[in-house]
Design a protein around this ligand. Structure first.
Ligand code: MIG
Length: 585
C-alpha cells in the first residue's frame, strides 16, 4: 500500500494508492500493536509482499514521527489501540442531522430545471430526500465561488425554494482556480501571492477543469484564511453544505509536460511503431495527469519556509478542507444565534483527499468508484477502516460513480448504505442515469430509503456518541470478538454501534448469503420498510435468504436499537420530534 493521495477512479486490486493518506495500522496476532506514521509525503507499507511475514514501512521524505500504541485492554486489544489513537488525533467533526438524509447527485445536472426535476420526482413519488448535490456545472466555467449565468440565474432563489421542500443544495468546490483576467478570485490570489509558485517564484500554472489554473497555497496561513473566507459567497446565498473535490491535488497536465509530450507524440506518429513504441505512445498521453515530475515542480510556503510540493503532497486536501471549515465557522459565528446555532446546525462539509486529522474538520466520501459488485464490498471494508481513523461521516457513491449501474446492484448498495452516515447516490456524466425513480423496482428502492429515515434517530444518536467518545460506529467483528478465529477473518459483516450486526449481500444473483454469528442474536427481517419477522438466531454459521429489497439485521441482547417513523425529510422528522418533546413538557 502506498499512501499517496491520488486521483484514480479505477480501484482495481493492482492499485496501491487511493484518495486519502491514512498511515495508521493495527497489527493483531502474536503481538498487538498500533502504528501511526506521521509524515507529510509518501509512505509505503510493504505488508508481507517482499518477504512473507515481514512488514516494512518506508517514508519518502525522511521526515516522520512514528507513534506506537500498545493495547491497554487485553480483552479487546485492537479496539483499545484504536481508542488511544483516536484520543491522540482529536474529536471527529459532527455533521448536521439533515446530512443523514438521502442525497441525490449526478455529474450532469446542467441547470435549475434539472435540479427542480430531481426534487419534484422524489417528492411526487414519496421518495424521501434531504439533499441535491451540485456538481461543477453550477459554476460559471468551472470557476470556484461563481454561479453559472444562464443555467443557474438565481441560486439564492433556488436554494430557498428547495429549502421550502425540505431539500438542501450542496455545491462542489474544486482545488484549482481558473487563470482569467477579471475573475476576482484569481486576481486577488495572484496579487496577494497566495498561489503555489514554480522554481522561479512565478505562479505555478497547470491544466484542470477550467483550463489553465493556479493552486491556492493552503499550507500558507494567510492564503488559507483567504481561501476559506471565499465560501462566504455561497453561504450568503443560503447554502449550508459543501464537498471539496480534486484536492489530492488532481492535475490534468502541466504546461511544460503538455508541450513535451505533444512533441514526442508528433514525432512518433511519423514512425513505424513496434510493440515498445506503441505502448510508449499510449503511455505518454496518460502520463500527463497527476505526474510525479509535476509534483516536484512547484512550492508551498509553510510558516515562512519553502517546501517542494512532493515533500508535503499528502497534506494538501487536509489543509484545503481545514481552511474551508475555518472559513465556514468564522461566517457562522457572525450570524444571529452565533455559536449556539453553529453547534446545533453546523454546515455539512466533506472532502475527497485527506490525511489523518482531517476528521476534526469534515467527513470524506470514498471517491470515484464504479458500478461493480466488488466496489460495494470494498466500501463495506473501507467504512470500518475509515472509522479507525475518526472518519465517521463517510459513504461511497451509491450505485457506483463510473460505468453503468444495474437495478440489482443499486438495490443491494442501498441496502448497505441505509446504515452509512453519508447516503448519497452519485454517478458520472457518461454513465446510465441512476436516480431511483428511473427503475422498474423504484418502489423497492423507495422503501429502502424510507427504512433509512426510520433508522435515523438511532443512527444519528449512535454517530454523535461515537464522535464525542472517540468510538467506532462501524467495527469489524474481530474487534469485538478477538478470540473468535472466525469472527477475526470475517470482513463482509460489520457491527454498527452497540449491538447490531449487518451482513450486506455484495454478489450479483445471490438470493441470500452465509452469515456468521459470534453469539446468539435476534434476527430482524425488514421488507417494505417494515419488520416482517423477528426470530432468535443461534451462534455459528447459517445461510440466510435475502431476496432483493430484504434487509436482515442481527441484534444483540440489550442493544439500544430502535426504529422510528417514516418521514420524507429530516426537517419533517425534527418537527415531529419537537412536537413530541413539546407534548411531554
Ligand atoms: O475529474 O466534478 O470525484 O464526484 O462528479 C472528475 C466532477 C471531477 C471527481 C469527483 C466526482 C465528480 C467529478 N470530479
Amino acid at each position: 500500500y502506498i499512501s499517496d493521495c491520488t486521483d484514480d477512479s479505477r480501484h482495481t486490486e493492482g492499485k496501491h494508492s487511493l484518495y486519502g493518506a491514512h498511515n495508521f495500522v493495527v497489527i493483531s496476532g502474536k503481538t498487538e500493536l498500533g502504528l501511526f506514521v506521521d509524515t507529510p509525503s509518501r509512505a509505503t507499507f510493504d505488508v508481507g509482499y517482499t518477504e512473507h511475514g515481514v512488514m516494512t514501512i518506508s517514508v519518502a521524505s525522511g521526515a516522520f514521527k512514528l507513534y506506537t500504541i500498545t493495547p491497554s485492554d487485553e480483552e479487546k486489544p485492537a479496539e483499545s489501540v484504536v481508542k488511544q489513537f483516536r484520543r491522540l488525533i482529536g474529536m471527529s467533526y459532527i455533521a448536521p442531522k439533515w446530512a443523514f438524509g438521502y442525497g441525490q447527485s449526478r455529474w450532469g445536472y446542467r441547470d435549475e430545471k434539472d435540479i427542480r426535476e430531481v426534487a419534484r420526482r422524489h417528492r411526487e413519488n414519496h421518495i424521501p430526500l434531504d439533499a441535491i448535490y451540485l456538481d461543477i456545472d453550477y459554476m460559471d466555467h468551472y470557476k470556484d465561488f461563481t454561479v453559472g449565468g444562464e443555467a443557474f440565474p438565481d441560486l439564492k432563489g433556488l436554494a430557498c425554494e428547495m429549502r421550502g421542500l425540505g431539500i438542501h443544495l450542496v455545491p462542489i468546490i474544486d482545488a484549482g482556480i481558473k487563470k482569467e483576467e477579471g475573475y476576482p478570485v484569481y486576481e486577488e490570489g495572484r496579487d496577494k501571492g497566495f498561489f503555489c509558485k514554480d522554481e522561479d517564484g512565478e505562479d505555478y500554472e497547470f491544466g484542470v477543469w477550467p483550463g489553465i489554473s493556479c493552486l491556492p497555497d493552503v499550507l500558507d496561513e494567510k492564503a488559507a484564511e483567504w481561501f476559506g473566507d471565499k465560501y462566504r459567497a455561497l453561504l450568503d446565498l443560503g447554502i449550508d453544505g459543501f464537498w471539496n473535490d480534486m484536492n489530492e491535488p488532481a492535475m490534468f497536465y502541466s504546461k511544460k509536460n503538455l508541450k513535451r509530450v505533444a512533441g514526442e507524440l508528433a514525432e512518433m506518429s511519423t514512425q513505424e511503431l513496434g510493440l515498445e513504441g506503441f505502448f510508449k505512445f499510449r503511455e505518454l498521453a496518460t502520463s500527463l495527469s497527476n505526474n510525479e515530475e509535476d509534483y516536484k515542480s512547484f512550492y508551498h510556503n509553510y510558516r515562512g519556509k519553502r517546501y517542494r510540493h512532493d515533500e508535503v503532497h499528502n497534506l494538501y486536501g487536509f489543509y484545503m478542507t481545514k481552511a474551508a471549515a475555518e472559513g465556514i465557522a468564522g461566517y457562522m459565528l457572525e450570524q444571529p444565534g452565533g455559536a449556539e446555532r453553529y453547534r446545533k446546525d453546523p454546515p455539512l462539509l466533506f472532502s475527497r483527499a485527506s490525511y489523518i486529522g482531517l476528521h476534526r474538520y469534515a467527513g470524506i466520501w470514498q471517491g470515484d468508484n464504479r458500478s461493480w459488485w466488488s466496489q460495494l464490498k470494498l466500501s463495506v471494508c473501507m467504512t470500518a477502516s475509515l472509522n479507525m481513523c475518526g472518519f465517521l461521516y463517510t459513504g461511497a457513491d451509491i450505485g457506483g460513480f463510473g460505468d453503468d449501474t444495474t437495478e440489482d446492484l443499486l438495490i443491494r448498495w442501498l441496502s448497505f448504505a441505509v446504515f452509512t452516515p453519508l447516503m448519497r447516490n452519485h454517478s458520472e456524466k457518461w454513465s446510465r442515469e441512476q436516480e431511483v425513480y428511473r427503475f422498474g423496482s423504484a418502489e423497492i428502492m423507495r422503501d429502502l430509503i424510507r427504512l433509512r429515515y426510520r433508522l435515523i434517530p438511532w443512527l444519528y444518536e449512535t454517530y454523535v456518541k461515537a464522535c464525542r467518545e472517540g468510538l467506532m460506529m462501524f467495527k469489524p467483528l474481530g474487534f469485538e470478538y478477538p478470540r473468535d478465529e472466525v469472527a477475526r477473518r470475517t470482513e463482509d459483516q460489520l457491527l454498527v454501534g452497540d449491538g447490531v450486526m449487518i451482513a450486506p449481500v455484495c454478489e450479483q444473483n445471490a438470493t441470500g448469503r452465509v452469515v456468521y454469528l459470534p453469539e446468539p442474536m435476534k434476527m430482524l427481517r425488514i421488507r417494505g420498510a417494515e419488520v416482517v419477522s423477528e426470530e432468535p438466531a443461534d451462534a455459528g454459521h447459517r445461510y440466510v435468504e435475502m431476496p432483493l429489497g430484504d434487509v436482515c439485521l442481527f441484534v444483540k441482547e440489550g442493544s439500544d436499537f430502535r426504529l422510528g417513523e417514516v418521514y420524507e425529510s429530516v426537517a419533517e422528522l425534527e418537527r415531529a420530534e419537537g412536537m413530541a418533546a413539546g407534548t411531554k413538557d
